[in-house]
Design a protein around this ligand. Structure first.
Ligand code: F6P
Length: 327
């Protein structure tokens, strides 16, 4: 059987991440350089179902490497979880003459892409882009570094008011089911504690870090709380602290979607550029149903099934570093 990709479809799906545009640019230009036509699918899988497709030229991706968000839009698409929705999506592919799909997104994006690939025998390549950094098989996902820097800057600003008013700040951080953003931002921001789903030590940490810190040398604290680590999030942790320690004055900051915005860092732009080129190379090499990842600075290909189903671990030395340095 001849295996030749003439037209590739590209979409961004799920929560947007800074650097998605750099990936769109890289996929487009790498495809064109290799004689492959590129069709942008707007609004993720929704656009695939609705037929919102436009061919891209090299100029269509000019001036976007520095822009956050995604110029081809993103959406969460419940219809794509149904066989009827996926059949409509396949009809669009056939109509548009698209031979392979490059899907840029996170866990949900890859889950949908993998089922679609199996049902309709379409080659799918995943490019990991999510601030959560929760995909197995890649050291980093596009958008994570930018988001981490944004959170760190917010923590630095909150530190000023926390010390001035001698308060305990509870800062709620995104991450879906994972604590990577929270733990790493806590280390970078010199925080007193990090409440993450991977380590169930809420009150212990608070007693140790905040209590000892305040008694010894500190008069204020910043605790990062991963959005789903505790039911009720940062507000619930603040309530716990005020109940146990009415002498502490607490304030809650929910960073929310601020964490997903902004111009991507150099690191995210470079990662996205490398991964976009590697995704086209993977198709040329007749790969299918793999995610492009980066491990120890080298580009790797990982089966989509592993990227989705295997659990990426929190590094114990990072956890220990956060605990050790928070006293
Ligand atoms: O996966 C990215 C992410 O920002 C998560 O950290 C968060 O839980 C979720 O998306 C929020 O999704 P939405 O923007 O749909 O509310």
């Amino acid at each position: 059987m001849e295996y030749s990709i003439k037209t590739v479809g590209m979409l961004t799906s799920g929560g947007d991440a800074p650097g998605m545009n750099a990936a769109v640019r890289a996929v487009t230009r790498a495809a064109i350089c290799n004689g492959i036509r590129v069709k942008a699918i707007y609004r993720g899988y929704k656009g695939l179902i609705d037929g919102e497709v436009a061919e891209f030229s090299s100029q269509d991706v000019s001036g976007i490497i520095q822009r956050g968000g995604t110029i081809i839009k993103s959406a969460r698409c419940p219809e794509f979880t149904t066989p009827e929705g996926r059949k409509q999506a396949y009809d669009t592919l056939v109509r548009e003459g698209i031979d392979a799909l490059i899907v840029i997104g996170g866990d949900g994006t890859f889950t949908g892409g993998r089922i679609f690939a199996q049902e309709f025998n379409v080659p799918v390549i995943g490019i990991p882009a999510t601030i959560d950094n929760d995909l197995w098989g890649t050291d980093a996902t596009i958008g994570y570094d930018t988001s981490l820097s944004t959170i760190m800057e917010c923590v630095d600003k909150l530190r000023d008011t926390a010390t001035s008013h001698e308060r305990v700040f509870l800062v709620e951080v995104m991450g879906r089911d994972a604590g990577f953003l929270t733990l790493n931002a806590a280390i970078a921001g010199g925080c007193e504690a990090a409440i993450i789903p991977e380590r169930a030590t809420v009150m212990e940490q608070i007693e140790d870090a905040i209590g000892n810190g305040r008694r010894k040398s500190k008069n204020s604290s910043i605790v990062l709380v991963q959005e789903h680590a505790v039911e009720g999030g940062a507000n619930a942790v603040a309530a716990m602290i005020e109940k146990e320690h009415p002498e502490y004055s607490t304030r809650v900051t929910i960073l929310g979607h601020l964490q997903r915005g902004g111009s991507p860092t150099a690191s995210d732009r470079i990662l996205a550029s490398r991964m976009g080129v590697a995704a086209i190379q993977a198709l040329l090499d007749e790969q299918r149903n793999v995610m492009v990842g980066v491990q120890n600075e080298e580009i790797v290909l990982v089966p989509l099934s592993k990227a989705i189903h295997q659990k990426k671990d929190i590094k114990e030395d990072k956890w220990q570093a956060m605990l050790t340095l928070s006293i």
